[in-house]
Design a protein around this ligand. Structure first.
Ligand SMILES: [Zn+2]
Ligand SMILES: [Zn+2]
Length: 193
């Protein structure tokens, strides 16, 4: 594993700027890997890890940088819960750990560095210095992963009976004897313009 500073440099490059969210994300991911005993997530351990992120903000990019998990490799899973938290799953051992940023860390950053006016600067520095205990809640969890959730899964491709579009990875919905994509089954996020 790299050092915090090395990961922050990588994260800055990938994300386009350095911010408090990057610091949180890098530290959160480093702690997750440490708890699972994964030392080389981008090298020899790269097939061992699946990561769930619960927010789509700055920290998400940093978590991807440290873990090497990417959406396009099916190793990064997004749950849109709006929470600064992530779960790291070691698919070899089945061990998993969920780490969430503590809500109190913002107030603590203010106490630690009242002299810094910019909130982002204040939090960037404080989140580097703060202890893991003050920054995060850590929880051992179990994650039920199906074969189709893993990177590299190959399965039958199926066609939606309503819109005719192909569906991968068992994401179809079976309803009243019909096979539908999730959009046609009522989960659509768009309407025709
Ligand atoms: Zn940012
Ligand atoms: Zn459809």
């Amino acid at each position: 594993m790299k050092t915090l500073d090395q990961y922050l440099a990588d994260a800055e490059q990938a994300h386009g700027h350095l911010c408090a969210g990057q610091v949180l994300g890098v530290r959160l991911a480093m702690l997750g890997l440490e708890k699972l005993g994964i030392e080389d997530p981008r090298g020899k351990d790269r097939k061992r890890l699946v990561t769930f992120v619960e927010i789509d903000r700055c920290a998400t990019d940093a978590i991807a940088v440290v873990t090497g998990c990417r959406l396009g490799k099916r190793a990064l899973k997004f749950r849109d819960w709006g929470k600064l938290a992530a779960t790291f799953v070691d698919v070899e051992s089945g061990k998993a750990v969920r780490i969430a940023a503590r809500e109190s860390s913002k107030a603590l950053a203010r106490e630690m560095h009242p002299e810094i006016e910019s909130k982002n600067q204040q939090q960037m520095l404080a989140y580097r210095e703060m202890s893991e205990q003050n920054l995060f809640d850590v929880q051992s969890v179990k994650v039920d992963l199906q074969p189709e959730d893993f990177p590299g899964f190959k399965g039958e491709r199926i066609v939606c009976e309503k819109c005719g579009e192909g569906i991968n990875f068992k994401r179809e919905v079976r309803r009243e004897g019909r096979i539908l994509c999730r959009g046609c089954a009522g989960e659509n996020y768009f309407t025709s313009a």
